[in-house]
Design a protein around this ligand. Sequence first.
Ligand code: FO1
Length: 302
Amino acid sequence: MKLVYLGGGVGGAKLLQGLAAECPPENLTAIINTGDDFEHWGLWISPDIDTSMYTLAGVIDPVKGWGRAEESWNVFEEMKALGAEDWFLLGDRDMAVHLERTRRLRTGSSLTEVTQHLCQAFGVKVRLLPMTDKPRATWMHLADGRDMPFQDWLVKEGGVPPVAYVEYRGTDAPSPQVLAALDAADAVIVGPSNPWVSILPMTTLRGVAERLKRLPVIAVSPIIAGTAVKGPLVSMIASILQQQATPDAVFSLYAGWLDTGVIDVQDAPDREQPGRIAAPILLPDLAARRHLARRLLDILGA
Ligand code: FO1
């Protein structure tokens, strides 16, 4: 069975790691959000691609969930001393990836080609596909009237100012490889990622939702017992939807193409609900990630 995984940042990478351990790599393609990408210090940064790649390669910083383990900060400290902007942390090992990505993009390679090359260098066998090869930026419109790119809001502003709505600026064309992967897929798994920040930038690309409608799609809730494991999702649900943070609030954003929502056992009602399955979805370690991956594959008959 050919599977496509849709994932974003730290939460998305955890389930992807479980799926990679349970599926032959040739049967798994992960489409990764690039709405968080931006240029910083003249370097092209693709945080969700790197978080997925480092997690699969086993070199992710296990505490932060992004960036490299065993990192050093020599260039960052020197840049800071020279007066460079220091609100976005770039470690030395991580920076090598941004330097090489930027160098290859400047010589005409596409982000898809560069990602394939970097994954090979890191020994990652699962195919990671950026959602598009052209810029498409997640843009935050705040309740106080300001608007800004996603990283400015998340990192510079600490993800604190309430969000009124989210816009995706730039291309609406997915890469041809993304459409081909969906055309070849037998089923799709949507990771436990922030819907506005990670999933909707991908599913609102031209031609994606219509393909999802034709396929069995399972999504794992990023909300467990009213909280998000990481990031500002609870406050975004409150400010954008004026709702409590529940799995159904998230799944309502996937109406039209979602078939099955997987919720945590803590959120399971006494009787079964159609279109909902309960499982342990907290993913602290590889064993939990593999366990959930296996369960999803069983549900799909893979
Ligand atoms: N997140 C932060 O909160 N602060 C940072 O300084 C930061 C640096 C950073 C560098 C490289 C990278 O790949 C990710 C980084 N992140 C940082 C995480 C990232 O901004 C977000 O987690 C994702 O974009 C959300 O999906």
